[in-house]
Design a binder for this molecule. Sequence first.
Ligand code: G6P
Length: 362
Amino acid sequence: DAGDIEKGTYPHYMLKEIDEQPLVIRKIIQSYQDGEGALEMDSDIVATMQEADRIYIIAAGTSYHAGLVGKQFIEKLTKIPVEVHISSEFGYNMPLLSEKPLFIFISQSGETADSRQVLVQVKEMGYKALTITNVSGSTLSREADYTLLLHAGPEIAVASTKAYTAQLAVLAILAEVTARGIGHEVDFDLVQELGIVASAMETLCDDKEEFESIAHEYLTVTRNAFFIGRGIDFYVGLEGALKLKEISYIQAEGFAGGELKHGTIALIEEGTPVIALATQEFVNLSIRGNVKEVAARGANPCIISMSGLETDEDRFVLPEVNSLLTPLISVIPMQLISYYAALHRNCDVDKPRNLAKSVTVE
Ligand code: G6P
């Protein structure tokens, strides 16, 4: 309840919740550690993951974007195929299911009606379901076979921030623990890597003036904005665009860098802001190629890269983290730039028009 949670010195819950992210990541690490410090999860959940021949992630909004990243974590570490679906579409557009599917519902609130409908449907079909949620005792948690909690603390601002990064951390841990259970080698220490992520988040949260000036420079007068990325950066771009439109009402679109030429490039005009994420070495040259294409047509590109991959043209360079975990930190500039863009436009940051924190109707 918003009434019980203090904003403290913060002007908005959203800013407070953005700042809480390093703490939440550390809390998650602790919550999923055994006595020796190794990551662990309910052995029934791990066994159910291992038995599945395919995982179906079902979610809406920001949680859907977390699911897209989660698919990469699970497939890369466990080699179990994963599909990610929008809950409102899944009910009437159900794909052909595998023999032993496992359904994972990702929902901050645990109350989203679209997701619940799918849960009811797949339970009736006799399948197992795991809910990843921030709210213990929520409907999706009660009705699923298993629950993993986000430990993010109450999220009050309508635009989701800390729940997204918490979802990514829990999905990464789920992937790692399952992979080890199967006997796949995980060639990095996830506890250590998430610790590096938490510190990097802190650095970014200390750099607010920088993101305020980016928002000022790129988003004060514009009517639209584009977010591009390749690979895992594409999914963060989707979340960046959603964040910006939710709270600043700037028309925003996130898409894969390679798709530019297939349509969206037609919208580029003099000064159109294009926020490009460049955290992945294997596509670094290609995404920079996309930036050149839009710049040649007058766009105002804002490259956000990662230490080790940067060039002189970059507007911001993220601290280096494990290449699989970059979404946990690259999303923070997206959140802060959106926040300041909304502030500059005098929007109601915590309670944007037409939106609800949890949508309990179809
Ligand atoms: C609403 C909120 C979004 C959220 C979505 C899914 O539309 O405004 O911020 O991402 O619901 O919510 P959930 O609680 O299921 O994650």
